[in-house]
Design a protein around this ligand. Structure first.
Ligand code: ARG
Length: 573
């Protein structure tokens, strides 16, 4: 662990000469700065001593003995700085990446409890709106960052798949349903039927819908069979779209699954004395002591609500030790109410709402009602157009094809594949580039640009590095002469690489993917600078070897970071 190793060297010596515990000092040392000198620093006032910080800092700078890792300690007012030995730092960093490869950046959890993630969660027969898009992309990040921190995860897609509207959908299907359209494109077809039947909602239709849903609730096998078919086909269709984003769920659940747990939930809430009956007969839980109002958990007519089902679902989930709900900010109050009741009823603890802002201006060529598939198709088309603007590259792609894992595409398929991956990268980076709570406006033009802060730029940087590795014909080996990496660009690049594990941790702590995204742009930028000065072609073989390991380590770090945010790094564009 390069940065860790250097921090430890500083902390252990400093602990001896200050008598402060090593762990406290380690905590203060933080992420190394990308600077030629003084990469680590400690604000002496934080050591909380009676002594004058400036005087003490000076004294410590003199007492600190340089060693094989640390070259120098120096004082600047109350700050104590440490400079690493550059060659040693580069060496330890590159060796670490070489050792850990795709695991570089990962951590080991102290208590690796399973984390349940609730994300994406669209409603069947309704549009997959911007909120679902964000929940999907963010949720995938939340999943991957937990994995990188060493936690086992269970990703659940909690579908909106129950309620009166499914009765209405069934009535609509009897009138307008088309088996072949249902098989081909269930999501659009069911939505169209739903819109149509809603627009002609007469009393008679309403009655029929209610009756149908009642049959579903009573377990009528025919009604349930049809509903299940709609649900299964929708899930199949979603699964293939999620696949384009590299997303897989451990489980498809949904509101429908909670039915058997509703009564046990009521019993539990009653046994904990949490239920209040209002004058009209509805059941509420009084959360006024927490400023959270008195949400209803059972209507006067005995039916359950969205909140009831979310709570009942916790019984099904077997009271998880940690849960993350990736849901928009507008549901904040709702989430707090749900968490509070769950806590009071000892149903679950450690529940978190990973909230996010709105997306403005999202529409596709097919119209303003947006489905995930249409968003990805539109981004793909735009990327295809951009790729065609460079005929040489385009033709190269057509003839050489692309390799991904054990799959190889050639011709038009290769181009479509690359355009799709670039399109999804664009959508993902646009979504994760700012703090979660921020709103943003959706723009296909901006997000698909090859320059600027886009996923496309990151992909090009990665692919360019892969091309250098392919063309150079220089082995990637840890047995190289690190002292040859003496330029400041090399040191800066290694330092940037060494920050990655800290970046992963801090992104996890704030649950902000933008911490990783911003880091990746910085890394790509430093890679670009190093690439323009540190040539591999025509360099002496020993020097080429050392530089190759450096670039390979940077490229591996970029790939690991891209995967963390849900992007599949491309090797050839
Ligand atoms: N289906 C809901 C919606 O579209 C989102 C579900 C979020 N998850 C949950 N457990 N409440 O708004």
């Amino acid at each position: 662990m390069s940065a860790t190793q250097f921090r430890k060297a500083i902390a252990s010596q400093l602990s001896r000469i200050t008598s402060c515990p090593e762990s406290q000092l380690l905590g203060l040392l933080g992420t190394p700065k990308t600077a030629l000198k003084q990469q680590f620093g400690i604000p002496i006032p934080r050591l909380k001593s009676q002594r004058d910080p400036t005087e003490w800092s000076n004294e410590l700078a003199h007492k600190f003995q340089p060693d094989n890792l640390i070259q120098e300690a120096s004082a600047k007012g109350p700050f104590l700085h440490f400079s690493v030995r550059p060659t040693e730092y580069i060496k330890q960093t590159l060796l670490q990446v070489h050792n850990e490869q795709s695991k570089f950046g990962c951590h080991i959890a102290d208590t690796p409890h399973t984390v349940v993630l609730d994300y994406s969660s669209p409603n069947i027969a309704k549009p997959f709106h911007a909120g679902h898009l964000r929940s999907t992309i963010l949720g995938n990040f939340v999943k991957r960052i937990h994995q990188a921190m060493g936690y086992p995860v269970v990703g659940i897609n909690y579908l909106g798949d129950w309620g009166k509207q499914y009765g209405l959908l069934a009535v609509g299907f009897a009138k307008y349903g088309d088996e072949s359209l249902l098989e081909k494109d269930p999501i659009h077809h069911l939505y169209n039927i739903y819109v149509k039947i809603n627009s002609e909602l007469t009393e008679q239709v309403d009655r029929e819908a209610n009756e149908y849903f009642k049959r579903m609730e009573e377990g009528d096998p025919v009604a349930l069979k049809q509903w299940k078919r709609f649900r299964d086909l929708s899930i199949d269709s979603y699964t293939s779209v999620y696949k384009r984003l590299g997303i897989e769920f451990e489980r498809y659940s949904g509101e429908s699954e909670t039915e058997p747990y509703i009564q046990p939930l009521y019993n539990l809430l009653q046994s904990k004395n949490l239920i209040h009956t209002t004058d009209d007969g509805a059941w509420t839980v009084d959360l006024s002591a927490y400023d959270l109002g008195s949400p209803v958990v059972r209507r006067a007519d005995g039916t359950s609500l969205y909140l009831t089902r979310d709570l009942a679902n916790l019984i099904l989930r077997q009271s998880p030790q940690k849960s993350m709900y990736i849901v928009g900010t507008e549901q904040s109050l709702y989430m707090q109410q749900m968490f509070k009741i769950a806590e009071l009823a000892s149903l679950a603890t450690n529940m978190h709402h990973v909230n996010f802002g709105r997306v403005q201006g999202m529409s596709t060529r097919k119209g303003t009602v947006v489905f995930l598939q249409d968003i990805l198709d539109t981004a793909q088309e735009q990327m295809l157009k951009n790729l065609k603007e460079n005929p040489t590259k385009y033709n190269e792609l057509l003839t050489l094809g692309v390799q991904q894992g054990d799959q190889h595409w050639v011709g038009k398929e290769a181009v479509d594949q690359v355009a799709d991956q670039l399109g999804t990268s664009a959508v993902i980076v646009q979504d994760l580039i700012a703090k979660r709570v921020k709103n943003y406006s959706f723009s296909y033009d901006r997000m698909t640009a090859a320059r600027g802060y886009t996923g496309v730029y990151l992909q090009y940087t990665h692919a360019r590095m892969c091309a250098i590795e392919r063309k150079a014909n220089t082995p990637i080996t840890p047995d190289c002469d690190f002292s040859l990496l003496e330029e400041k660009e090399a040191f800066e690049l290694a330092l940037t690489v060494s920050q990655f594990p800290d970046i992963v941790k801090s992104s996890y702590q704030s649950m902000e993917p933008c911490v990783v995204v911003h880091y990746l742009f910085r890394l790509a930028h430093v890679m670009g600078q190093a690439n323009s000065t540190l040539r591999i072609k025509d360099a002496d073989p020993k020097l080429a070897e050392a530089r190759m390991l450096l670039f390979w380590a940077a490229r591996t770090t970029l790939a690991n970071g891209l995967k963390l945010i849900g992007i599949n790094p491309l090797e050839r564009i």
